[in-house]
Design a protein around this ligand. Sequence first.
Ligand SMILES: [Zn+2]
Length: 302
Amino acid sequence: MNMKNSIEIMKIALEKKVLLPAMNIAHLPMTEPIINAAVDTSTFILLEVSRIDWNNFGAGSIKDIYNEYMKYKNNIFTRLHLDHIPVIDESNIRLDYMTFIKEAVELGYNSVMVDGSRLTLDENISATKEVCDYAHTFNVAVEAELGAVLGHESGPIPPYEELFSSGKGFTNIDEAVRFMNETGCDWLSVAIGNIHGAISGAAMNEKKPEARINLEHLDSLNKALGIPLVLHGGSGINLDYVRKSTRLGISKMNIGTDIRQVYEWALRDEGSLEKAQNALYERCCKIFKTDLTVAGKANLFF
Ligand SMILES: [Zn+2]
């Protein structure tokens, strides 16, 4: 069987309006139970890792995750994605983003994300285009971000209701069209009411506040862009909004905090790696079957 690349997979997700869960690997032993849950429930998923997962948590490195993924991967149900390589990171430090991107592409990651959302529009376009020009020669998909999906920064974020009702930081539609045309990015991470889970301080271990989605704004973005859109900060978004978003162009949703906490808390309370992996497996099965109702749909991607 010819293995479809991630660009093709996401186009199918968009056409068929089926969400691809993208599961963040915050700790290496999370890889096996997540893939088992996908295979056992016949769910197509992406496994992904961000710089935060190896800097702040236990994912090791781009290479470590790749090696762990290769042990358990299943070409019928899984692909590997490099999440969030920021041009300017959450502590306002500029990164040599191309080095990370090149390492992942050379290893064999199926898609990559460059996050220039802290730059000006012109700078974001130029960094994203640089990554696209490089990655596309290897048929590797590129995800970019426009707008402000807050939450990773260490300072306090504005109260959620204020953020949602003001629409502050939401992805601007005209800018998004220009961005897509000039960069050639395959997928766009949008800011439409979603927030990231906290990665530092006490909030890192607290339950995430529930978020909503401005569906009208999403609808306008979808109509103007027509490419697969990505919802970051999937943990804790009201599920009714998630399901409606899938009908309006959201093809991939990142899930980090939820599964990280299930794994970490089980490990802390039970003191057993096997029990933590089992808890994570059960949680993933529930996410695929009940929360997102994407179980049993992997055949759409064959
Ligand atoms: Zn994100």
